[in-house]
Design a protein around this ligand. Structure first.
Ligand SMILES: [Zn+2]
Length: 246
């Protein structure tokens, strides 16, 4: 069966002497691995048609029984060339693409993830963001994957969590709790950090955060990612360092 879709390229690696495999997140078919046969041959029609962080229109032969499909045609829709000139934005984009590559299984994906990835890469290609950009991205991604807690109500007693009843995050269970229900479990979330998380969840552009709030939000997202998505902490650390260096 031949299928048509749009995909954002997350990773490209060699296959044999002349071919490559590209891993991408597609708009309609989720995460895909596609064999690009003969792509390294001198006269391959695929040369220059795809690369990391590109959005491409792809026509592929879907092999239902296999995870590896076969690319028939590929046409770049957006190359995000700025990411090839700005090394800090490129490092952040690499981290973002790596998160999608590692945290998501192949196959159908929650609908909002494609838009989140496109929007995140577009923003990085437009201008190098500040460090608050990354925890905002992580929060939105965890939400789309269904791995973020419900921040609005205590997971136990359902009391609303934006009042004075405190907010604690039980990282291991991915649950937000009121002070009384937490019985000392989890980490306390300050009112300033809770407010910053609310702004991020509402999709507001990343605002500069006071250093202490930034550190807190960064640690909270790091804890959730570590427990619920199997991610290498090292790549994350580098991406944060690079954006903070600006
Ligand atoms: Zn409670």
């Amino acid at each position: 069966m031949i299928l048509k879709d749009e995909a954002i390229i997350l990773r490209v690696y060699p296959y044999g002497n002349t071919s490559r495999i590209m891993v991408g997140l597609s708009a309609a078919h989720g995460k895909l691995a596609v064999l690009v046969k003969g792509s390294q041959r001198e006269r391959s029609g695929f040369l220059g048609q795809y690369d990391l962080f590109y959005t491409c229109e792809i026509l592929f032969y879907a092999r239902e029984q296999r995870n590896l499909h076969i690319l028939r045609e590929c046409c770049p829709l957006q190359s995000r060339s700025a990411l090839r000139e700005d090394w800090r934005a490129c490092a952040a984009a690499s981290y973002v693409a790596g998160v999608f590559d590692l945290a998501m299984p192949f196959g159908p994906a929650p609908h909002g993830l494609y838009g989140l990835l496109a929007d995140t890469l577009d923003r990085l290609a437009t201008r190098t963001p500040g460090p608050a950009f990354l925890p905002r991205f992580e929060l939105l991604m965890l939400q789309e994957l269904g791995l973020a807690p419900n921040w609005d109500a205590c997971a136990k007693c359902r009391a609303p969590l934006h009042g004075d009843n405190g907010l604690r995050l039980d990282v291991a269970h991915g649950a937000a709790l009121c002070e009384a229900c937490s019985a000392g479990r989890g980490v306390a979330v300050s009112a300033a950090a809770a407010a910053a998380l609310r702004r991020m969840r509402a999709g507001h552009p990343p605002a500069a955060l006071p250093a202490s709030v930034f550190r807190e939000v960064r640690a909270l997202m790091g804890g959730l990612l570590e427990h619920h998505a199997d991610l290498p902490g090292r790549a994350r650390e580098i991406a944060f360092q690079v954006l903070a260096a600006g």
